[in-house]
Design a binder for this molecule. Structure first.
Ligand SMILES: Cc1ncc(COP(=O)(O)O)c(C=O)c1O
Length: 370
């Protein structure tokens, strides 16, 4: 074996190539590029998959999170608690509303937000919690929903990395007041460009999110309030409709590949592999290990032709973008330690057993030699 890519879109979509081309041509020939039947059909189909009342397609998860928070009434003066170990998009969306993102450390042994730490961050200004189901691993939703009830807070689930994952039998995104999904190409349901979707419990909030994402309009030139342009393209919707029926089998393959990694990496004492919270069904957006010298292992694997990633090398609090926040370096020991030691191994719905075995053998050889 000469090369193991981190993801392999060409292989993933090889069998769908014709159908995808037909879907793209259907939209081009329809001359209907914004909204319309393709978007509505995708929204219906995704809602049916989730068992949700309604789905609103949006331009990306960043704007979807912004729309959800804004339409739930979050704004200036409010504080919203989220994890310090996530994509910047989660915190950006909070800041865009005018509210303050309050960072929280991750749970020891896991990579998701720690509910006990979150409770310590609650103040009179706290209005919402944004748990992120990072790496496709559901966050501890029972604890967050309990916290929300106790302190009268809203819950917006960031499901960008976890479409199809379940927590005690419930799909992520369906437990909070709103749930937001991303169709960024490498996501579990990846599109062919940017895209996202939002669901909300309250139909009135859902209606507002739909309007907000489309300039606050009720009809073409009647705008009830100012919103933004955050619509899902008809072209993306048509392509996503082709992929959606495969999401479950792609996620099942990711779980299978994770089990190959789990077995193949057994016995390396200084390596931690991903732990799964009891009662959850993860979807392994990425498979993240923790090792003493990440840079060294990453360089070694690169030499063997194995592509890896780091999600993420920096806790948000340590970034220049958050130079203004009170709790910075050293405030989030679990997340900061994780950022220094984590490595994401190749993972995709198209990864083969041979590739996973090759990666595991290379890692074993590295640890034997070091
Ligand atoms: C956890 C998380 N939230 C939000 C986003 C933003 O998604 P999008 O790229 O669709 O705006 C991402 C994307 O990387 C993400 O990983």
């Amino acid at each position: 074996m000469t090369n193991v890519p981190f993801v392999d879109f060409k292989r993933q979509y090889a069998t769908l190539r014709e159908t995808l081309h037909q879907a793209a041509c259907r939209v081009i020939d329809s001359t209907h590029y914004i909204g319309g039947e393709e978007v509505q059909a995708f929204e219906r189909e995704m809602a049916a998959c989730l068992g949700a009342q309604e789905v609103c397609g949006v331009a990306c998860a960043t704007s979807g999170l912004f729309a959800a928070l804004k339409c739930l009434g979050i704004g200036p003066g409010d504080e919203v608690i989220t994890t310090v170990h996530t994509a910047i998009a989660t915190a950006e969306a909070i800041s865009l509303t005018g509210a303050t993102a309050v960072f929280c450390d991750i749970q020891k042994g896991y990579f998701n937000i720690d509910p006990a730490e979150a409770e310590k961050k609650i103040t009179a200004k706290t209005r919402a919690l944004v748990p992120v189901h990072l790496y496709g691993q559901p966050a501890d939703m029972d604890s967050f929903l309990q916290l929300a009830r106790k302190h009268n807070l809203l819950v917006v689930e960031d499901c960008a990395q976890a479409q199809g994952a379940k927590y005690r039998g419930n799909y992520v995104g369906t437990m909070g007041d709103a749930g937001v999904f991303s169709f960024f190409p490498s996501k579990n349901l990846g599109g062919f460009g940017d895209g996202g979707a939002v669901i909300a419990k309250d139909p009135a909030v859902m209606k507002k999110i739909r309007m907000f994402s489309n300039h606050g309009r009720t009809s073409k030139y009647l705008h009830e309030f100012e919103g933004i342009n955050s619509r899902l393209d008809a072209l993306q919707a048509a392509l996503l409709r082709v992929c959606l029926p495969y999401l479950d089998s792609w996620n099942a393959h990711r779980r299978l590949a994770a089990s190959w990694y789990d077995a193949g990496l057994q016995g390396i004492n200084s390596l931690e592999y991903p732990r799964v919270l009891p009662g959850t069904e993860p979807v392994y957006h990425v498979y993240v290990i923790r090792v003493p010298d990440r840079e060294d292992l990453q360089a070694y694997l690169k030499k063997q032709g194995i592509e890896t990633g780091v999600h993420y090398p920096y806790a948000l609090s340590t970034l220049p973008a958050y130079a203004h926040v009170k709790d910075r370096n050293g405030s989030f020991p679990e997340a900061e330690a994780a950022c220094a030691h984590i490595l994401s191994l190749p993972m995709s719905p198209a990864i083969s057993r041979e590739e996973v075995d090759f990666v595991c053998s290379a890692i074993k050889a590295y640890f034997k030699a070091s």
